[in-house]
Ligand binder design. Structure first.
Ligand code: S3P
Length: 163
């Protein structure tokens, strides 16, 4: 089974993926790591050199590479929904689960030590959050709220839904 986690920065995709794979006895595919590997640079460097456009190019390539993957939990970056072709590639043989959280929760969870070029300005991040909300909803087979929930509870909610 292939599960794709989508959602805004700070909704818990990577954290939930780590626990979900143990529960389902499968492995994590961390898209940001694959992008870094493909580019041979950190996310910060990609943004410095070519801005968001270059980052999205690598991201789309990684989505295409993952098209024929049949197993695992794919933890995506928050902006993967910005291109329809990305979701088409990820959608093949998979269930897409959107993790949601209020913007207040997102703010609390964002770790300033992890570089997030699109979260440097709070107002811009909120505008992005508002813009993407409908996209996560549109592409998800189902949405799971992560507000005020422990990771294990979110994982249980997902397991119940996918069975
Ligand atoms: C991005 C989210 C990041 C990372 C990149 C762009 C976005 O991933 O892919 O900084 O556009 O929302 P996380 O959602 O894992 O933070």
């Amino acid at each position: 089974m292939k599960i794709v986690l989508i959602g805004f920065m700070g909704t818990g995709k990577s954290t939930v993926a780590q626990v979900l794979v143990k529960r389902l006895d499968t492995h994590v595919i961390e898209m940001d790591d694959l992008i870094v590997k493909k580019a041979g640079m950190s996310i910060e460097e990609i943004f410095e050199i070519g801005g968001e456009e270059l980052f999205r190019k690598y991201e789309s390539k990684v989505c295409a590479d993952l098209r024929d993957t049949t197993k695992g939990v794919i933890s995506t970056g928050g902006g993967v929904v910005m291109r329809d072709e990305n979701v088409k590639n990820l959608k093949k043989n998979s269930l897409i689960v959107a993790l949601t959280a209020s913007f207040e929760t997102v703010l609390k969870r964002i770790n300033p030590k992890i570089p997030r070029p699109l979260f440097e300005n709070k107002e811009k991040a909120k505008a992005l959050y508002d813009l993407r909300k409908a996209l996560y909803n549109k592409y998800a087979d189902f949405e799971i709220s992560t507000d005020d929930k422990k990771v294990d509870e979110v994982v249980e909610d997902i397991v119940v839904k996918i069975k």
